[in-house]
Write a new protein. Structure first.
Lengths: 75, 188
C-alpha cells in the first residue's frame, strides 16, 4: 500500500474531514477499504463526536456546601 | 422570571454539570456558575421569556466559558503548530499502527453502548485526562459546536494548530475509551 497514505496520515485526514465536512479523498477511501484498523478509527471518531454532544447531561451534582455558598450569594 | 433565590435549586445541578464537563475542575465550574448567576441577576430585566430560563442561563454560561478560555489563552498561550508538529507519533511506527496500540473492535453495538450512562462517565473521565489545549479545542468544536475560525480565535491559535489540537484530542480520547471502557481486557 506504499502508494497510499500511511495509517498515520489517514487518521489525520479523518480528523480533518470531521472538522471540514468535506468528503474523504480517493486515496484515503482506498486505504480504508484495505485497512480495518483505520475503518475502526473512522467509526470511533464518529462515536466520540456523538457522545460529546451529550456530555454534560450526566455527572456529579453540586455539593451541599457549594449550593449553600451560591444561595448566600444570590440573597 | 423566577426569583433568584430559587435558581440554585432549580438550575444549579444542570448548569454545574454543563460547566464541569467543559472545565474539568469543580472549583472552576462553581466559579463559572456564580458568574453566570450574577450576570443573569444583573440582566434579568432583559429576559423576555422567549426561551426557558434554563436555556437563557445556559447561553450566559457558554459566554462565560468562552471568556474563561480567552483569559487562559492570554495567560498561558497554547504555543504554535510548529511546536506541536508530531501529533499522534506515539501510536504509529513508520507507516502503520503500532501493534499494541492498533484500534480494537469495540464490540457488537458500539452506537448503543455510546448511549449509556457508563459511556458518558467514561468519556468524562477521558476528557479529564486530556491536557488543556486539546481539551479546550475539543470542547469548543465538539461540545459547543463553535466554528473552526472562532474556536481558533478563542484559543489564540492558528486554524492549523486547532486542527492539530483536535487530532490529538480525538486520538487520545479514542485510546482512553478503548482502554477503559470498550475493550479493556484486550488492551495492553
Amino acid at each position: 500500500m506504499s502508494f497510499l497514505p500511511s495509517c498515520r496520515d489517514v487518521s489525520k485526514h479523518l480528523s480533518a474531514a470531521l472538522d471540514s465536512g468535506r468528503p474523504l479523498g480517493m486515496h484515503v477511501r482506498l486505504h480504508l477499504t484495505l485497512c480495518e484498523a483505520c475503518r475502526r478509527v473512522l467509526a470511533q471518531f464518529a462515536l466520540i463526536r456523538h457522545g460529546a454532544a451529550r456530555a454534560g447531561e450526566a455527572g456529579p451534582s453540586l455539593s451541599d456546601a457549594a449550593k449553600g455558598r451560591l444561595r448566600r450569594f444570590l440573597q | 422570571m423566577t426569583e433568584p433565590e430559587t435558581w440554585v435549586d432549580a438550575y444549579g445541578d444542570r448548569l454545574f454539570r454543563y460547566a464541569l464537563s467543559r472545565v474539568r475542575d469543580e472549583g472552576a465550574a462553581e466559579d463559572l456558575l456564580q458568574e453566570t448567576f450574577l450576570a443573569a441577576f444583573k440582566s434579568r430585566e432583559r429576559f423576555k421569556g422567549e426561551s426557558s430560563e434554563l436555556t437563557w442561563m445556559t447561553g450566559i454560561l457558554r459566554n462565560k466559558l468562552f471568556e474563561l478560555y480567552r483569559r487562559q489563552a492570554k495567560e498561558t498561550p497554547l504555543g504554535s503548530a510548529v511546536e506541536d508538529a508530531n501529533p499522534g507519533s506515539e501510536f504509529f511506527d513508520a507507516r502503520h499502527w503500532k501493534p499494541a496500540l492498533a484500534p480494537r473492535d469495540w464490540g457488537g453495538e458500539p452506537a448503543r453502548k455510546a448511549e449509556s450512562a457508563e459511556f458518558a462517565a467514561a468519556l468524562r473521565r477521558c476528557l479529564e485526562a486530556l491536557s488543556s489545549g486539546p481539551a479546550r479545542a475539543f470542547v469548543l468544536r465538539e461540545m459547543e459546536g463553535v466554528a473552526p475560525e472562532d474556536a481558533a480565535e478563542t484559543l489564540g491559535v492558528s486554524p492549523g494548530h486547532l486542527a492539530v489540537l483536535l487530532y490529538r484530542a480525538r486520538m487520545r480520547l479514542r485510546r482512553c475509551l478503548e482502554k477503559n471502557h470498550f475493550a479493556p481486557e484486550s488492551v495492553a
